[in-house]
Design a binder for this molecule. Structure first.
Ligand SMILES: *[C@@H]1O[C@H](CO)[C@@H](O)[C@H](O)[C@H]1NC(C)=O
Ligand SMILES: *[C@@H]1O[C@H](CO)[C@@H](O)[C@H](O)[C@H]1NC(C)=O
Ligand SMILES: *[C@@H]1O[C@H](CO)[C@@H](O)[C@H](O)[C@H]1NC(C)=O
Ligand SMILES: *[C@@H]1O[C@H](CO)[C@@H](O)[C@H](O)[C@H]1NC(C)=O
Length: 430
């Protein structure tokens, strides 16, 4: 979901705050009050895979994988999957592309090569796997160590640490769900492919690279459907907002502050422009609510007694209208409205530079047995090009995902295994 020129916090991070304000499409039950339907839990026991699930989740969290530094966690995942009869292909992200490390806190010189992990059951890849199951293995900074509220885990045990929700919960639950289905012979190995990408939290360079080089894989896989793992509170997302990130520049004339009429204050123009933007309807929809504006950073002038010649702001707009792509996308429409609004305040002072423009992203949320939700954060969903049905689902809440208290309950992880199984079977028609 992200763009090279903006820091990660503007992209993945700012999402959290609006989410609680999103008008829910579902019946409003929270994840905590929803009954958990795990077959073996009904008899009072724990699912047979609990230990395997918690162990995988723990190992993933214990390996720090802040964007730009995903080598170790990728290596672990390759070993884990190959020990379980998967064939794994490492897809190295060329450092020459605008890699995450250039905008993350990681020093590129220290970072080992970064790769996506592409894996499929058995040795030979089916040219037409019907389903891609995917999530990301990078996290936002800083690393927070693993901890668990109980030495002997039960359904209500709380597991915390960086990535415990976003998105190592999804990675662990996806892997266990697919392993369970294969072992029970409910799906055929040839029908499913796993993809765990790097760089989602910065600019999506992992998924972008996978998407751009898909046709170079021999043979190129074609998917009927893709399941993306991001925290959706255990609900199926009907989609997420689009995005426009812009730098807005205002230019005035410097002068003595005692004679404001002899100059033109760039900060004043910028402020008036941005307030007008905040007060303008930039586009809304039933599904996604209003397009929202975050004025993330603002800077201008040189001293209190000098009329500022220059000012600028970094802003991100969360786009509530579609379509997702193209020259007429919801993102382009919102960008155009932003520009018109600024120009209506001053038709010569402004310049603007926008990146990573896309409209609201639709996913399929009509699967029986699932509640639905819409989310305001960006994902890798729009970064995978192609004609496939898209599902966005994952355990845990985005409201804790990038914060110091990131945590998830064991029962949420287990519910996710059951739900991923259900989704996989839904797609594969069994
Ligand atoms: C989402 O769930 C609500 C409540 O069950 C339902 O009325 C609505 O039709 C669902 N939305 C979609 C797009 O399926
Ligand atoms: C890489 O980033 C630079 C600015 O940092 C930009 O000008 C260039 O277009 C980007 N290249 C690609 C391939 O995205
Ligand atoms: C959306 O914006 C309109 C004004 O354009 C406002 O009246 C409405 O309350 C906003 N809705 C939400 C959910 O913030
Ligand atoms: C996408 O796939 C669906 C179903 O396979 C098909 O009906 C539709 O025409 C395709 N759309 C494009 C743009 O290829």
């Amino acid at each position: 979901m992200k763009l090279p020129l903006l820091p990660a916090c503007l992209l993945g991070g700012s999402a959290a705050f609006a989410s609680s304000l999103q008008k829910p499409l579902s019946n409003g039950l929270s994840a905590d009050t929803r009954p958990v339907h795990i077959p073996s839990a009904a008899t009072g026991g724990s699912p047979g895979y609990r230990d395997a699930l918690l162990s995988l989740h723990k190992q993933l969290i214990e390996i720090s994988s802040v964007s730009g530094n995903e080598n170790a966690v990728g290596t672990f995942l390759v070993e884990y999957l190959t020990e379980r009869n998967f064939h794994a292909q490492l897809e190295f992200i060329p450092p020459s592309s605008n890699s995450s490390s250039s905008t993350s806190s990681v020093d590129a010189d220290d970072a080992k090569p970064r790769f996506n992990v592409l894996a499929w059951p058995g040795a030979k890849r089916n040219p037409d796997p019907k389903l891609l199951v995917s999530s990301h293995i990078d996290t936002v900074p800083p690393f927070i160590p693993y901890s668990s509220s109980d030495p002997e885990p039960n359904a209500d045990t709380v597991i915390s640490g960086r990535g415990s929700v976003d998105a190592k919960a999804a990675v662990a639950a996806q892997v266990i769900a697919v392993l369970e289905l294969l072992e029970a012979q409910k799906v055929k190995g040839k029908d499913v492919m796993l993809l765990f990408v790097v760089g989602e939290e910065v600019d999506g360079d992992g998924m972008r690279y996978f998407s751009a080089t898909l046709d170079e894989l021999e043979p190129p896989p074609r998917f009927e459907a893709a399941i993306f793992g991001e925290p959706t509170e255990g609900k199926l997302a009907c989609g997420h907002k689009g995005l426009v990130g812009c730098e807005v520049y205002a230019r005035g004339h410097a002068g003595h502050s005692g004679y404001p009429w002899l100059g033109k204050s760039a900060t004043e123009v910028l402020m008036r422009g941005l307030v007008k933007v905040l007060d303008t309807d930039l586009g809304s929809s039933e599904r996604f609510g209003n397009t929202t504006v975050n004025i993330g950073r603002i800077e201008g002038g040189v001293a209190a007694n000098v009329i500022p010649e220059k000012a600028h702001a970094d802003i991100v707009l969360r786009v509530a209208i579609g379509p997702q792509d193209g020259s007429e996308s919801g993102g382009q429409i919102v960008k155009e409205r932003l520009w018109e609004t600024l120009k209506s305040v001053d038709d010569e002072a402004f310049e603007m530079n926008c990146h990573n423009i896309y409209g609201a992203v639709d996913c399929d949320c009509e699967v029986s047995g699932f509640e639905n939700i819409t989310v305001n954060y960006g994902t890798d969903v729009p970064n995978l090009k192609g004609n496939h049905t898209r599902y966005l689902y994952g355990p845990g809440s985005i409201l804790v995902a990038h914060g110091p208290d990131e945590a998830i309950k064991v029962k949420e992880l287990e519910q996710a295994v059951e739900d991923y199984k259900k989704l996989v079977l839904h797609v594969l028609g069994n």
